[in-house]
Design a protein around this ligand. Structure first.
Ligand code: PGA
Length: 248
C-alpha cells in the first residue's frame, strides 16, 4: 500500500501563506512525479482556507478537514458539518486529535458520532489515538490506545473509510519520538486489535504522528505497520513536507 503523507496545518498562517504553501507543494510534486509511486498526499488547512487552497491543488494532492461536527447541518454555532467538508471537495477529515481531546474535552463517543457523520458523507475518518507521557510511564499506553480506537470507531467504519493515526501526545510538537521498537510494538498492536473489529484490517492505513521530519522519516517508514505520517509542524514548509515523502 502507498504511504499517506498527511499535513495537519492546524490554526496557522493567513490565506496567502496557505495558497503559497499549496502551490509550492504541487510544484515540487509536478517536478518529481515519481513521488506519487509510493505516496498519496493530503493536506488539511483551516476551514476558511479549504476552498482557495483546493483551487491550487492538482489531482495529486487531496484536501481534508481538521475536524467536523457530530451533527447534521443546523443550529450549531461554530461547527462545520461533514456535508460542508464534502461540498468543499474534501476526501477526509482528522478526528479526535489530541489537541481536541485535551482542549475541548472530546470523548470517544463524541468522536465516534463525528466519524459516523463523516462516513455518511463518504469521507475518510482519520481517527487519532495516543497516550500521554504519564500513561506511557505507567505502562498503560496499549490500554489507552485500544480503548480510544475501539470506542471511537463507529459501525459505519470500513477498511476503505478509516485511517488510524497513532500520535503519542508527548511527541506532538516536542521534537521527541518513541523508539523505533516502541513504534513497531504499538503499530503491530493497533493492527491486531483492528482485525478484531474490521474485516481486511491489514488494508487500513496506520499513520504515525508526532515530530515527524525529513531526518527521522526513513526509520519510521521502515516499520512494517507504519503506512504514512500525520505531520504538523513540518507540513508548514513544502520542502520538509515533501522531504518526508522522499523517505518512503
Ligand atoms: P507535529 O504534530 O508534527 O508538529 O508533532 C503532529 C500532529 O499534531 O498531528
Amino acid at each position: 500500500m502507498k504511504n499517506l503523507i498527511a499535513g495537519n496545518w492546524k490554526m496557522n498562517g493567513n490565506l496567502s501563506d496557505a495558497v503559497n504553501l499549496a502551490q509550492n507543494i504541487v510544484q515540487i510534486i509536478q517536478n518529481e512525479p515519481q513521488l506519487l509511486e509510493k505516496n498519496d498526499f493530503l493536506i488539511c488547512p483551516p476551514y476558511h482556507h479549504l476552498v482557495p487552497v483546493q483551487a491550487e491543488l492538482s489531482m495529486a494532492v487531496s484536501i481534508g478537514g481538521q475536524d467536523c461536527s457530530p451533527f447534521d447541518n443546523g443550529a450549531y454555532t461554530g461547527d462545520i458539518s461533514a456535508e460542508m467538508l464534502k461540498d468543499a471537495n474534501c476526501s477526509s477529515v482528522i478526528l479526535g486529535h489530541s489537541e481536541r481531546r485535551q482542549y475541548y474535552l472530546e470523548s470517544n463517543m463524541f468522536i465516534r458520532q463525528k466519524a459516523m457523520m463523516a462516513n455518511e458523507q463518504g469521507l475518510t475518518s482519520i481517527i487519532c489515538v495516543g497516550e500521554t507521557e504519564e500513561q506511557r510511564e505507567a505502562g498503560e499506553e496499549q490500554d489507552v490506545v485500544v480503548a480510544q480506537m475501539l470506542e471511537s470507531l463507529p459501525e459505519t467504519a470500513t477498511t476503505e473509510n478509516t485511517v488510524i493515526a497513532y500520535e503519542p501526545v508527548w511527541a506532538i510538537g516536542t521534537g521527541k519520538i518513541p523508539t523505533i521498537e516502541d513504534i513497531t510494538a504499538m503499530h503491530d498492536f493497533i493492527r491486531s486489535k483492528l482485525s478484531e473489529k474490521l474485516e481486511n484490517a491489514n488494508k487500513v492505513r496506520i499513520l504515525y504522528g508526532g515530530s515527524v521530519k525529513p531526518a527521522n522519516a526513513a526509520e519510521i517508514f521502515a516499520v512494517e505497520n507504519v503506512n504514512g505520517a500525520l505531520i504538523g509542524g513540518a507540513s508548514l514548509k513544502a520542502e520538509d513536507f515533501i522531504g518526508i515523502a522522499k523517505a518512503s
